[in-house]
Write a protein that binds this ligand. Structure first.
Ligand code: FES
Ligand code: FES
Length: 154
């Protein structure tokens, strides 16, 4: 099937099997490999992308379900030259080690702060509870998201 959607501001189309997930379409068809795939059944959050403003697990969405949508992956959060405020804050707070969970953390946090720029630490913890990290623990991640709020409060 042919599917067309907006990916990081570009209009794209792709030929996909009807059963192909959006995660596999992004990685294997469109070669946007920033989106990671861990559990493949909606538990780890590594595959989180933003679809029409909402954080969505791309392993649970079929590519054909993205027809006409605005999809933003971790590649779309920053330009080639500069880190996004969230990325810079993750770097500052050492909020990653292996980095496998990080694309999902960033997209989840971006969707949260875009809607709720005044989210407190309890809210940040609640939202990030759907994203698993096996390296860092969560204190530095929560601190990084909390500090990045000011970039969303303008
Ligand atoms: S790979 Fe999608 S939630 Fe784990
Ligand atoms: S930094 Fe390694 S899983 Fe989170």
């Amino acid at each position: 099937m042919n599917v067309a959607f907006q990916l990081n501001g570009r209009n794209i189309h792709a030929d996909v099997e009807p059963r192909m997930t959006l995660a596999d379409c992004l990685r294997h068809v469109l070669r946007e490999t920033g989106t990671h795939v861990g559990c493949e059944h909606g538990v780890c959050g590594a595959c989180t992308v933003i679809v029409d403003g909402a954080a969505v697990r791309s392993c649970l969405l079929l590519a054909v379900q993205a027809e006409g949508a605005r999809v933003v992956t971790v590649e779309g959060l920053s330009s080639d030259e500069t880190l996004s405020p969230l990325q810079a804050s993750f770097r500052k707070h050492h909020a990653l080690q292996c980095g496998f969970c990080t694309p999902g953390m960033l997209t989840t946090a971006h969707a949260l702060l875009s809607d709720e720029p005044n989210a407190d630490k309890a809210r940040i913890r609640e939202v990030l509870s759907g994203n698993l990290c096996r390296c860092t623990g969560y204190i530095a991640i929560v601190e990084a998201v909390y500090e990045a709020r000011k970039a969303y409060q303008k």
